[in-house]
Design a binder for this molecule. Structure first.
Ligand code: GDP
Ligand code: IMO
Ligand code: MG
Length: 423
């Protein structure tokens, strides 16, 4: 039995979806442990190309139980739309479950997200506007509704009435329209009819899974640099995509986690605002975007691109307690004569930092210290083993692994399921 957490080691969009799709071929259970439909986890396999938002990336294996965990915020409308898309592609959904303890994200959370971003003026966070922040804020304020509430209509109605009193005041303050309580109650009733049969208490399920030594994957959303506590606050998401939260968000004891795989792109990208120290504004940045097709899977926004950040990976590896790395998009670097790797941040004082991430205001002021690496200028797309890789590519990966202080478990050289190998 193994319980493996798969987490983003950078700013998000590292390729978590494709790694989980690959590993889920052998997994009994996959659990999304945080986030909501702000995720866009792209999977390309025999069912076509799918950007998964809420549904765990193990859904393509009918033998895998897929659970949306308690740590998630679930927009039932967008879940139903996602289910319809997958069903139309012939994907079996009998193995999809939602934790009764997951929060319910309602249309007013999206409205609030938009209005709050607008109210920030030029100091936006660049959220996906999916209502994630307001839904987690309600959870913490204890005014959220949970998915399990759908199974208790009277309780739900009272909770909704209670929530709307505050929500409508907030909406008014931000210049929005008040919520029509009756229309919302009808919508929620529809959610009960359509999703009620998938709502579960995950505890007995997961106790049994541990007892029978099942293989369990815990799927993180986003990456450590957008972690609510350890990322580039306030330019973060409103939950914790790091492995420490994986057990709690999934509903397992912390000690159950055996492995933590950090998914890391062979270079850096980010969508949304906030510091990205190695960001490139030149032709190399554009080249990474063009070749890597770096556009957000959820919002379609162009991703900011830059060289690999060795400081961020060291931080991510330590904070997550990573046991292995999965390096993605190596093939995108096939076209560069010279590559750069950031090995330290120079502060205005001249001091060089290598072993932690400066807090946000200081991070804006750092200058990356780079070392140059020889490119390989040959296609890696057809490589299926470590030995297939060109020598400079192996040297480059070695350096990334050294900076992380972690061994490399997997390398991916293209977006399709088979374009990946274990090292
Ligand atoms: P996630 O949110 O971490 O699952 O990552 P996204 O799906 O948002 O972004 C990763 C993008 O890179 C997707 O479009 C994937 O299809 C693509 N991708 C993943 N791995 C590779 C790879 O090794 N090579 C190339 N060229 N594309 C990849
Ligand atoms: P995956 O799972 C990349 C970013 C937003 C913004 C910040 C907060 O595909 O890696 P939010 O909507 O969560 O309140 O936005 O986080 N962000 C993502 N960036 N990939 C994602 O998901 C993201 N989800 C949120 O751009 O900067
Ligand atoms: Mg993504």
């Amino acid at each position: 039995m193994t319980v493996t957490a798969i987490v983003g080691a950078q700013w998000g969009d590292e390729g978590k979806g494709r790694i989980i799709d690959y590993l889920a071929q052998q997994a009994d259970v996959v659990i999304r442990f945080q986030g909501g439909d702000n995720a866009g986890h792209t999977v390309i396999n025999a069912f076509g190309k799918h950007a998964l938002h809420l549904i765990p990336s193990g859904i393509f294996n009918p033998a895998t139980q897929n659970i949306i965990g308690a740590g998630c915020v679930v927009n039932p409308q967008s879940l139903l739309a996602e289910m319809a898309g997958l069903a139309a592609a012939g994907v079996n959904l009998d193995n999809l479950w939602i934790s009764a303890r997951a929060q319910m994200l309602l249309p007013y959370h999206r409205t609030l997200d938009e209005l709050e971003e607008k109210a920030r003026g030029k100091d936006t966070i660049g959220t996906t506007k999916r209502g994630i922040g307001p839904a987690y804020a309600d959870k913490s304020a204890r005014s959220g509704l949970r998915i399990g509430d759908l199974l208790h209509p009277e309780w739900l109605e009272a909770r909704l009435d209670n929530a709307l009193r505050t929500v409508n005041r907030k909406l008014e303050l931000l210049g929005g329209e008040p919520v029509d309580g009756q229309a919302l109650a009808a919508l929620v009733h529809e959610f009960r009819q359509k999703l009620g049969g998938r709502i579960v208490d995950t505890v007995p399920m997961l106790r049994r899974a541990l007892e029978i030594d099942a293989d369990i994957l815990l799927e993180g959303q986003l990456g450590v640099m957008r972690d609510l506590d350890w990322g580039i606050y306030p330019y973060v998401t409103s939950s914790n995509p790091t492995a420490s939260y994986a057990a709690s968000g999934a509903g397992l004891p912390a000690r159950a986690i055996d492995h933590v795989i950090g998914v890391v792109k062979a270079y850096s990208t980010a969508v949304g605002d906030g510091p990205l120290p190695t960001e490139l504004f030149d032709a190399d940045g554009q080249k990474l975007r063009d070749i890597g097709q770096e556009f957000g899977a959820t919002t379609g926004r162009p991703r900011r691109c830059g060289w690999f950040d060795g400081v961020a990976i060291g931080y991510a590896a330590w904070l997550n307690g990573m046991t292995g790395l999965a390096i993605t998009k190596l093939d995108v670097l096939d076209h560069f004569e010279t590559l750069k790797i950031c090995t330290g941040y120079r502060l205005p004082s001249g001091e060089i930092i290598t072993d932690s991430m400066p807090d946000t205001p200081r991070l804006y002021e750092v200058t990356p210290v780079y070392e140059a690496w020889e490119g390989w200028l040959t296609s890696t797309e057809h490589c299926r083993s470590w030995d297939d890789l060109p020598r400079p590519a192996r040297a480059y990966i070695h350096r990334l692994s050294e900076l992380a202080g972690i061994k490399v478990d997997y390398v991916s050289v293209g977006p399709e399921r088979e374009q990946m190998f274990a090292v």
